[in-house]
Design a protein around this ligand. Sequence first.
Ligand SMILES: Cc1cc2nc3c(=O)[nH]c(=O)nc-3n(C[C@H](O)[C@H](O)[C@H](O)COP(=O)(O)OP(=O)(O)OC[C@H]3O[C@@H](n4cnc5c(N)ncnc54)[C@H](O)[C@@H]3O)c2cc1C
Length: 407
Amino acid sequence: MNYDLVIIGAGPAGLSFACSLRNSGLNIAVIEKQSRQLLADPPIDGRDIALTHLSRKLMQQQGIWGRIDPGEISPIQRAEVIDGDSPYTLAFDTPSDNTDALGFLISNFRIRKAIFEEFDSLETVTLIDNTEVSRVSTDDRGVTVTLASGDPIKASMIVAADTRFSASRRQMGISSDAHDFGRTAIVCWMEHQQSHHQTAFECFHYERTLAVLPMSGNLSSIVITAATDQAETILDMKQTSFNQDIEKRLNGRLGTMKQKGKRYPYPLVGVHANRFFTRRFALIGDAAVGMHPVTAHGFNLGLSGQDLLADEMSTAISQGRDFWHPTVLARYQQQHMLSTRPLYHGTNSIVSLFTNDSLPATLLRKAVLRLSNNLPPVKWVITQKLMAKNQVKLKLPALLDRYTRVA
Ligand SMILES: Cc1cc2nc3c(=O)[nH]c(=O)nc-3n(C[C@H](O)[C@H](O)[C@H](O)COP(=O)(O)OP(=O)(O)OC[C@H]3O[C@@H](n4cnc5c(N)ncnc54)[C@H](O)[C@@H]3O)c2cc1C
């Protein structure tokens, strides 16, 4: 089988990348371990995704946003960061300039369903489902993707969107910076007595963090992160004790709380690839950068990264250049790393500052909250990251033309 491009992984990054290339003229195959049926009707996984304005714009452009019932899109109008039992909060409000929200919360299974519907309407892509990639290799003439069955697929280029533990990334010799936080996120939905008024809460308690994100009506998405050796205890807690515990950690802000559905565990490992491409091979989504969920950037970065790569490849095609050329891929890497590096390391620093109970860390945490609250530029920078609607695109052709060496 021969294609122009093989995408490994039909998660949100892989599928939206295929959608972004719909007018490129490329003959594309997407290879996925899971079945088409599971992709078309993904089960609830307890994950709710906070989306930025840029993500909304990209999803609108791709025809994905319109496939989600507006009643399932919950605007986040205010965010409060709470430090332990201190009454002091760092608060972010939606600016009063006709902006509708700081961001938007949508359940992961609904986003995945909408992306798959859009992907499934494309005529230029082939989905090879129920199929695992076991090996990838590239040379100057093209690429070979070997399936678990032993069958080879030939193409001009591979784009890997095969999770933060990407096997193809390792096979291609791309190193990464990985950080095992030794912590697990436990997510679920909870109904509450009082309205959340579209407010997201991030509560940093001593041994745990608790994020409460507003869904439709009096329902919130709960994300607890705790040391992995405590995760089982939290997962096994009786429902009444669990309800009371969350109510207490929120200082009764939302009145009585009641869990709805199941609790789901996610062990937390952050990964940042040290480069996003090598010969005829590029990384997108979590395979490029897998973030800790506390700053809610993983999916957003995946979406903006695939858009940058698709844009560079489409430009090359329209100018009659090779879409897999190292210059094209280097341009993508340069632009994407501009956002991923600071966000990845910044998020990891926030996690260590807010989960460290030593006296210096506690004092520094209090100072950071007060500084952020009282210094308008700090708040502005954080709010802009959520609300910026356009990609930051660099114009560095001369520099990049020399940057074509492939490791
Ligand atoms: C609790 C939690 C909360 C989160 N909240 C947010 C949030 O609020 N905002 C945000 O922006 N992000 C959030 N994220 C992050 C977000 O969920 C991920 O960044 C996103 O789902 C990654 O998408 P992806 O397509 O890159 O990878 P994945 O969704 O992991 O998809 C990868 C696909 O590749 C397939 N695959 C892997 N290997 C192979 C192979 N060898 N052959 C064939 N197929 C293969 C897999 O089956 C899978 O379908 C959260 C994450 C968690 C855990």
